[in-house]
Ligand binder design. Structure first.
Ligand SMILES: Nc1ncnc2c1ncn2[C@@H]1O[C@H](COP(=O)(O)OP(=O)(O)OP(=O)(O)O)[C@@H](O)[C@H]1O
Ligand SMILES: [Mg+2]
Length: 243
C-alpha cells in the first residue's frame, strides 16, 4: 500500500496507535520495522504540511485564523515524537566517527548564550584542551547534551547558575552538568528516566529517556544527584576510543 492512497490515510490513526503500543514495549520490536513505520508516518505528515502551505499561498487570509498557526505546531510535534520514538527503540543508525565532545559543548554553550541573557542565568564551562575524542555519533551526543541543558534551564530562575565541566578519568570523558535550580524530590528521582514521566505542565517526559538511550548506545553511563532547592548534577561517562 502506498501512502498516497486514500485508504492509507484513513488507516493512519490505527497504524499510529498500534505502533505507539509496540514502541512502548520497545525491547520486543524489530528496530528495522520500527524505522520503516516511522518513515511511512512521516510521509503523509509532510503532505499535510505542504498542503497547508499551498492553501496559505492560495488563500492568504487563512493565516489570520487563530487556529491556523497551531496546525503547524501540531505537525511538528508529531514529527518530533516520531524522531524520539526511533531513538528510544534504538532503531536509529549510529553514525560512528571520532567525536570531539569538548567542541560540541563549546558550540552549545555559545548557542545557549541568548537564553542565558534573556533569563539572567549564568552559564559556566570548564573545557580542557587536547582531550581525546570519543567513538560516537556527533548529532546524537549533541541531542543528549541539549536535553540535559534544556532541563537545567527549565529548572533555573534568574541568577541561578548552570555549569558544564569536562574531565578525563582513565578511559572515560566525564561531562558534569550542574544547575542551582529547583532540584528533584527524592520520591521522583527513580522515575525521571522512564518514558513519558514528566513533572512539567508542557513536558512529554521523553527527554531523559532519550538521553539514556543515546548514552547507552555509546557504551557510556549517566548518574544523577539532586537536592531540592539546591540543584541537580547529571554526570555522563563516555568511553574514549581504544587506540
Ligand atoms: N536539571 C533538572 N532539575 C530539576 N528537575 C529535573 C532536571 N532534569 C530533569 N528533571 C526532572 O525530570 C523529569 C523528566 O525529565 P525529561 O527531560 O525526561 O522530561 P521533561 O523535561 O519533563 O519533558 P521533555 O520531554 O520536554 O524533556 C522532569 O519533568 C523534571 O521533573
Ligand atoms: Mg526535558
Amino acid at each position: 500500500m502506498h501512502w498516497k492512497d486514500k485508504s492509507f490515510m484513513e488507516k493512519f490513526s490505527t497504524i499510529y496507535d498500534s505502533w505507539l503500543e509496540l514502541v512502548l514495549q520497545s525491547k520486543h520490536v524489530n528496530p528495522t520495522i520500527n524505522a520503516k513505520i516511522a518513515h511511512e508516518i512521516k510521509n503523509p505528515l509532510a503532505i499535510i504540511r505542504s498542503t497547508l502551505q499551498l492553501i496559505e499561498s492560495q488563500i492568504p487570509t487563512v493565516k489570520s485564523n487563530k487556529h491556523w498557526g497551531s496546525l503547524y505546531g501540531e505537525i511538528d510535534f508529531i514529527n518530533t515524537l516520531i524522531k524520539d520514538f526511533t531513538v528510544l527503540n534504538q532503531s536509529f543508525k549510529i553514525d560512528k566517527q571520532q567525536v570531539d565532545v569538548c567542541g560540541i559543548i563549546e558550540i552549545l554553550a555559545h548557542q545557549f548564550e541568548p537564553i542565558c541573557k534573556e533569563k539572567n542565568i549564568f552559564l559556566y564551562t570548564s573545557i580542557p584542551k587536547n582531550l581525546p575524542h570519543v567513538d560516537g555519533d556527533q548529532l546524537r551526543l549533541r541531542e543528549a547534551f541539549v536535553n540535559i541543558i534544556k532541563n537545567a534551564f527549565e529548572a533555573c530562575k534568574a541568577k541561578d547558575t548552570i555549569s558544564i565541566i569536562i574531565k578525563r578519568l582513565d578511559n572515560y570523558i566525564i561531562i558534569t552538568f550542574t544547575d542551582t535550580g529547583t532540584g528533584i524530590e527524592k520520591d521522583k528521582i527513580d522515575t525521571i528516566y522512564d518514558h513519558f514521566v514528566t513533572y512539567k505542565e508542557n513536558g512529554t517526559g521523553l527527554g531523559l529517556a532519550i538521553v539514556k538511550a543515546i548514552i547507552e548506545q555509546h557504551k557510556g553511563s549517566i548518574e544523577v544527584t539532586s537536592e531540592v532547592d539546591y540543584g541537580t548534577s547529571f554526570i555522563v561517562y563516555l568511553p574514549i576510543i581504544a587506540h
